[in-house]
Design a protein around this ligand. Structure first.
Ligand code: TMP
Ligand code: MG
Length: 215
């Protein structure tokens, strides 16, 4: 970091199929970071509070039908409308915990199997955005996630589709992802998450530059 300048925060992203436990782990992580005095914020994508997020919400709740390319690009736009604020917070030393990000964008759209929306196209659409310092991938069998409460109400919450999403995540994951078996108890998962996140926060504070997708 610049001498005397702020130490940047880390960009930590949680990924996985629907109902794999991301939101629970994100909340537990935020509490543990704040207990340790690490300045941190928790965001989720899609951010349903913006006008673009409102369109995405209608699509997910099956109140609106949209072309597959259009909904894909709305998800991308929804990340880009938060890009500058993300960069500003990170540069100012805040660690950002994201409940889904670009990796969801690629995995879910590519899982549709639409020829002109393959993984290559999806990845290319994300290239202006910062890369995660750490991706925590909560891996779960879709038969197990489907048995969890709340599954089935939104557009993508069907076991057959979730299986395809899981296989897309498998193709996307590189050796730097922390892949965890999400069938473990929440506290046990959290201990593994917290250790990896602490290392990511330390690397960021020590001046490791923020990457760009897909470096
Ligand atoms: P949520 O359940 O975490 O609120 O996410 C809503 C759904 O949107 C979920 O099924 C994953 C999907 N999704 C995409 O298809 N593309 C994206 O870029 C993101 C962030 C989520
Ligand atoms: Mg969901």
């Amino acid at each position: 970091p610049a001498p005397g300048g702020p130490r940047r925060g880390a960009l930590v992203v949680f990924e996985g199929i629907d109902r794999c436990g991301k939101s629970t782990q994100c909340s537990l992580l935020l509490e543990s970071l704040q207990r340790r005095g690490v300045r941190a914020e928790l965001w989720r994508f899609p951010d349903r509070t913006t006008p673009i997020g409102g369109l995405i919400n209608e699509y997910l709740q099956k109140k609106a039908a949209l072309d597959d390319a259009v909904i894909h690009l709305l998800f991308v736009a929804n990340r880009n409308e938060k890009r500058e604020e993300m960069l500003r917070l990170l540069a100012g030393g805040t660690t950002l915990v994201l409940d889904r990000y670009s990796y969801s964008g690629v995995a879910y759209t590519a899982a549709k199997g639409v020829p002109h929306l393959d993984a290559g196209f999806c990845r290319a659409a994300e290239t202006g955005l910062p890369a995660a310092d750490l991706v925590v991938y909560l891996d779960l069998d879709p038969e197990q996630s489907a048995a969890r409460g709340g599954f089935g109400s939104e557009r993508y919450e069907k076991v057959e589709f979730q299986k395809k999403v899981r296989s897309q995540y498998g193709a996307l994951a590189d050796g730097r992802w922390l892949r965890l078996d999400a069938s473990q108890p929440a506290e046990q998962l959290q201990a593994q998450v917290a250790a990896a996140v602490q290392r990511a926060v330390e690397r960021a504070a020590a001046g490791e530059p923020l990457g760009r997708l897909w470096d």
